[in-house]
Design a protein around this ligand. Structure first.
Ligand SMILES: N[C@@H](CCC(=O)N[C@@H](CS)C(=O)NCC(=O)O)C(=O)O
Length: 257
């Protein structure tokens, strides 16, 4: 592996970012984490769009590699770190792993819409930025009017409770499939071995309270037990640590094999 530092672009409470943080810890790697302010659209800055054209976190730079998409980054880290493989060697299981990742990515869309109705609005309002200040603050990061309009609508509108309830209904329907899959008593999504499938799902499920759903374990007891196993892993708690207010750069992992 190259001696160059691993540089992760991430954001507070990002489930996609947490996948990468968990993988770094599971694979005994160390990374420098640069925290972007999503409320101010720092992820839409032209210099960041050269790293991730989709304008989302996470993204990773390592030597001459720049990688976006959490699943792709996690596979890369799996290939360069130490410790047990997180991508199964068995081709059938590898396909199942990708299916789990695609399953989560599909319902990330209604989840994002629900987040805009809840946490994203609160985050922007909580920043104390006024409607008058918004054009200059967002304009410092991106000149694309679409992102200013999105932020303005978040600040101006109240929660659309009907739209939020619809998104939650879709998400709960999707989670029903995961609950069914766990009916055979397997500890992890692919069976006995912990994998990137588990790392793809758990951080998103942990975010449900952010959209007002606090009873996942009661509605889906097997998912509840899966999350308990996940929370018991040494990588879980440190992967959720957030920087102190105003801190823009931290480190994660020891890098000790
Ligand atoms: N499929 C992408 C999703 C990335 C994503 O949506 N990241 C969110 C944070 S969890 C983000 O950057 N949102 C800001 C935005 O959409 O502008 C991945 O897994 O990396």
């Amino acid at each position: 592996m190259s001696d160059a530092p691993l540089i992760l672009y991430d954001a507070l409470n990002s489930p996609a970012g947490r996948r990468v943080r968990i993988t770094l810890l599971e694979k005994n790697l160390r990374a420098e984490v640069h925290w972007l302010n999503l409320a101010l659209m720092e992820q839409k800055r032209p210099d960041f769009l050269r790293i991730n054209p989709n304008g989302t976190v996470p993204a990773l730079c390592h030597a001459d590699e720049t990688i976006f998409e959490s699943a792709v980054i996690c596979e890369y880290l799996d290939s360069i770190g130490t410790g047990p493989c997180l991508v199964p060697q068995d081709r059938r299981l590898e396909r199942r792993m990708r299916e789990w990742i695609a399953y989560e990515q599909e319902w990330a869309r209604p989840f994002r819409e629900a987040i805009y109705e809840t946490y994203a609005r609160e985050r922007l309002r909580g920043s104390g930025i006024t409607a008058e200040e918004l054009p200059a603050r967002i304009g410092a990061n991106t000149l694309n009017p679409a992102w200013l309009h999105l932020a303005q609508s978040l600040l101006a509108r109240g929660t659309d409770h009907a739209a939020l309830a619809d998104r939650v209904a879709i998400l709960m329907e999707r989670l029903g499939w995961m609950e069914e899959q766990l009916a055979d008593g397997r500890p992890w999504l692919l069976g006995d071995a912990f994998s990137l499938a588990d790392i793809a799902l758990a951080p998103r499920i942990e975010m449900f309270p952010f959209i007002g759903v606090t009873d996942i374990a009661e509605c889906f007891p097997r998912i509840g037990r899966f999350m308990s196993r996940m929370r018991a892993r040494p990588s879980w708690e440190p992967s959720g640590q957030m920087p102190a207010p105003g801190v823009r750069q931290t480190f994660i992992g020891t890098g000790d094999p």
